[in-house]
Design a binder for this molecule. Sequence first.
Ligand code: A3P
Length: 291
Amino acid sequence: MDETQSPALLPHRGFKLIVGIHDPDDVDQIRDLEIRESDVFVVTYPKSGTIWMQQILLLLEAKGDVTAIGPPGKYSNAGLIPWIEVSGKRQAFIEAPSPRLRVTHLHHQLMPAALSERGKVIYVARNPKDVLVSYFHFHKVANMLETPKDFDDFFEKFLRGDVFGCSWFDHVKTWHSHKDDMDMLFITYEEMIQDLPSAVGRICVFLGKELTDEQLANVVKHSTFDNMKAMPPANYENVSGELLNHHQGRFMRKGTVGDWKNHFTVAQNERFDEVFDKEMKDFPLTLIWDI
Ligand code: A3P
């Protein structure tokens, strides 16, 4: 094994899988899955707002009635809208009734080819400096990920793409380049922070759903950071301590834009900007770094 490689990650067809969480054979069969018109995939690089989008989709399905989703102590967002790449979830997807709502961190080349003909994709992108900080803290909470030595060490790992999700730059660029090959809504975490009602409205229209203004207002209300932080299903509190060490921190941590400023040194920021400029030159998306 390469010395710089995290021991918990298994390189697989241009991606990295988490040992014990992903089964390479299962992942290989995702590409050939049959897709229904009503299927929706939320695609994210880790720590970009996956759980937030799960919450919004669950609430849109429930027409804003949070109690209709289920008793708060009994479900988790990830249980209701699972990761397609996690072991055993592919077969469950095949057998699930419509609408099949799923999330994924996979690269485009591993996802069902049929998405170019049917189904919908919502890609959520977040500025990578905040992603790095959020991911650093998450590595301390998530038992399946290597505990970082220190911030500096994790910073370099992230820039090298030596983390689950691989390179943030490749993830965003590749998915964005396929934006017009499929029915995709490309939205940013920062847009959602700046104007959640408008983001929820766009998602609702994209999914072809019809909700009243009151129902939409309820979707917004139950997907704010403060309300989600108080909800066990959105904090993975119903998920076993084997996966997440809740004593190390909460899943819903800060939910802000610009927290990187509290973590990056001046030198780290310069180094990040250098890599960013090289990687993202000519990329047609303006990211928001601070609000
Ligand atoms: P922070 O660690 O910066 O707080 P993911 O679900 O992809 O793992 O992303 C988790 C990140 O999204 C965490 O970021 C979490 O706090 C943030 N998040 C989740 N729901 C949010 C909300 N309603 N508003 C703002 N941020 C939210």
